[in-house]
Design a binder for this molecule. Structure first.
Ligand code: GLV
Ligand code: MN
Ligand code: MN
Length: 430
């Protein structure tokens, strides 16, 4: 294998070819869905298995060894020229989706890892590359995000394993069933040689487009909290119960939701979303007795995020007290804000500059696997412009020229990372 460093003209040409292939692959993988008529792919689902089967030969053709670990993370390794003890760069994102998803959120980042290895054209580096497709980042199946990346860096705790999906299956049972079908899959663990982490992702927002930039460098990721709420009123006859005597759980939840919107609108940078709601018993002529809903709150600062959650839940308590009903609320997931590694950020910036593009530093309002991994490895994230800022929607898109810019920058990053290791040694861990 050759160790000749390619020129930027060659890299740009490789990137242009790679971008077309990457987008075609995103299109092909978007057909692997658990629900006909829309893209939905969840933790350990049949569609996730199909995606693994589709991707495996691509990784193998690029000279990588590919497998899946016991939590369903797809893991493909490209060897170092300097042997098994060499440092390792992880390039990863997730393969699961939200309901009615677009074709790029997550998958694009995994395919970027593959495109970069392909772009090396067989050239090996003084470190190995591991491309990971995490099995769950969105939390669609169990309401709990980052299962794949969490399992990579630490043991999943007992409380987490007891969470149930809509059919009543616990995470623990889902993992047991997956293990029965994949008995040889190894327990997930971070390779001792893992030195750093790189994630590419569409921005999922409008900022890069508004600045006319193809690529952005993530400096930090916002703090996030998720809660379950249940409003308990009293079900009754829709025709005979006078308005004054009702204890309508849905009317209370609706009042609360408008307050959620107002509270979030009053704080700079705060976002709060009620994305799921169900009313029981669910008859057109029955006053709703129970309403269950979700709450997702985010802010760049941990303190602002937790203060908002407190205010929003207090508002729910005040509303139910006035209406003579009750509410139960549980904050079941918090993820503090994360700042990415200054050295990795700097080499990501240098790499983009080498392509001739300008980038900007930004905060991500979206959650990403990098939030989990950055606590263990120096990490960087590169965002790609997302036309219209449309994401978590089937119209999500990305420009081929921006994908080419990202591949070009990524190829520069691979060589910059080799220089960094030469300068600093292999132990870059935080
Ligand atoms: C994932 O996309 C999230 O930010 O919730
Ligand atoms: Mn997402
Ligand atoms: Mn994502």
């Amino acid at each position: 294998m050759s160790t000749v460093v390619t020129t930027d003209t060659v890299r740009a040409a490789i990137a242009r070819d790679g971008a077309g292939t990457l987008l075609a692959r995103c299109g092909a993988l978007a057909k692997c869905t658990d629900k006909s008529g829309e893209l939905l792919r969840t933790f350990l689902s049949p569609a996730m298995e199909q995606v693994h089967q589709r991707m495996r030969p691509w990784f193998e053709a690029a000279g990588m060894t590919v497998g899946a670990d016991r939590v369903g993370n797809l893991r493909a390794i490209y060897p170092s020229i300097s042997g098994d003890d060499s440092p390792r760069l992880l390039i990863a994102s997730h393969l699961d989706t939200v309901p009615n998803a677009g074709a790029y959120d997550g998958v694009l980042g995994v395919l970027m890892g593959l495109a970069l290895v392909e772009g090396l054209g067989g050239r090996q580096l003084p470190y190995s590359i591991e491309v990971i497709g995490f099995s769950d980042e969105e939390g669609t199946r169990f309401g709990l995000p980052f299962i794949g990346s969490r399992a990579l860096v630490s043991r999943l705790d007992e409380a987490l394993l007891k969470n149930k999906d809509a059919s009543g299956t616990t995470i623990s049972e889902a993992l047991r069933d997956y293990g029965a079908v994949h008995p040889d899959s190894p327990e997930p663990s971070l390779a001792p040689s893992a030195s750093a982490y790189l994630e590419f992702h569409i921005e999922q927002g409008p900022v890069l487009e508004s600045k006319g930039l193809a690529l952005g460098i993530v400096e930090s990721l916002a703090s996030q909290s998720r809660c379950h709420l249940a409003f308990y009123g009293f079900a009754g006859h829709a025709g005979t119960t006078p308005m004054i005597l009702r204890r309508d759980a849905l009317a209370a939840a609706a009042e609360w939701m408008t307050r959620v919107e107002m509270i979030a609108s009053d704080v700079e940078g705060l976002v709060a979303t009620v994305g799921q709601i169900s009313a029981e018993p669910g008859g057109v002529n029955v006053i709703p007795g129970v309403v269950r809903c979700s709450l997702d709150v985010r802010h760049a600062e941990d303190a602002a995020c937790s203060a908002a959650v407190k205010a929003i839940l207090n508002e729910a308590r005040a509303i139910v007290a006035r209406r003579g009903i009750t509410v139960e609320a549980e904050e079941y997931h918090t993820q503090p804000a994360v700042h990415l590694d200054p050295t990795m950020i700097a080499i990501a910036e240098t790499s983009v500059r080498q392509t001739g593009y300008t980038s900007m530093r930004m905060t991500s309002g979206a959650g990403h696997d990098a939030m989990v991994i950055a606590r263990h490895l120096p990490s960087a994230m590169i965002f790609l412009r997302n036309p219209g800022g449309i994401s978590h929607h089937p119209d999500e898109s990305v420009l081929e020229t921006d994908v080419a810019a990202a591949i070009h920058a990524g190829l520069c990053f691979l060589d910059e990372f080799a220089l960094l290791l030469r300068k600093k040694g292999s132990d870059l861990r935080v």
